[in-house]
Design a binder for this molecule. Structure first.
Ligand code: ADP
Ligand code: MG
Length: 213
């Protein structure tokens, strides 16, 4: 089973829907430890991605992800814009000229994207950011691949690890981003970016396993 351009476009379409549906939830999480715009930022970004794809989706996987990155960097703003932009820039590079992704290609895409976020944000797991969902997700995917797991097992392991990582941010004190200004008062709240990151991984699993969100 492989992930082709149509599957990638289905993922992007589903992200548009998921961030619209979770706009208020993400913004509520960001109102507790940030400036109450994360849901608005993500919804704006993926609405713009959908508009760009509807108007003129590029022919290959790499160019599709490159366009997503450009649109997100231009429209999302805040901390999340450049970080998710970098995720998709690295995803584009990981795809290169491949017309479709094998399970190994899917894992390489996520690992490259997550590494990009880590470098760009200079954060590490434990800092209460999106990396607390993304790093374990990529690691779980790699582990499934190394154990000869199917695409389904890889994606489900990634989504489960992202969810656990997201929940692990609740007791953390933020050390990066706006929430870090709160110091100990950031404890006891789920990180908005870790939550949007879980949605990103879960949507890939849903879109590529042929299930609807
Ligand atoms: P802003 O904080 O500028 O308002 P958003 O509200 O869109 O931007 O995004 C906030 C999220 O960005 C946080 O919940 C956190 O997960 C993530 N974030 C902030 N700084 C970093 C960083 N340096 N590295 C990784 N993620 C970060
Ligand atoms: Mg914010």
């Amino acid at each position: 089973m492989a992930v082709d351009r149509q599957a990638v476009l289905a993922w992007l379409e589903s992200l548009h829907r998921v961030y619209a549906e979770n706009r208020d939830f993400l913004t509520e999480l960001d109102s507790a430890i940030g400036d109450a715009d994360h849901g608005i930022n993500m919804d704006r970004g993926f609405s713009a991605v959908k508009a760009a794809m509807d108007a003129d989706a590029p022919p290959g996987l790499g160019p599709v992800f490159q366009t997503v990155a450009n649109v997100l960097i231009r429209t999302v703003g805040g901390a999340a814009g450049p970080l998710y932009g970098t995720f998709f820039l690295r995803a584009a590079a990981a795809c290169g000229e491949q017309p479709e992704l094998t399970p190994a290609g899917v894992v390489a895409l996520f690992q490259a994207g997550v590494e990009g976020v880590r470098q760009r944000g200079k954060a590490e797991p434990g800092d209460k950011t999106m990396l607390d969902a993304l790093v374990p997700a990529a690691a779980a995917m790699r582990q499934e691949l190394n154990g000869n797991g199917s695409l389904e097992q890889i994606l489900q392991a990634g989504a489960a690890a992202a969810e656990a990582g997201m929940l692990s941010t609740i007791p953390m004190q933020a050390r990066k981003g706006r929430a870090s200004y709160l110091g100990p008062r950031s404890v006891g709240h789920q990180d908005p970016g870790a939550t949007s990151a879980w949605l990103l991984v879960r949507a890939a699993a849903a879109a590529w396993l042929g299930k609807t969100e």
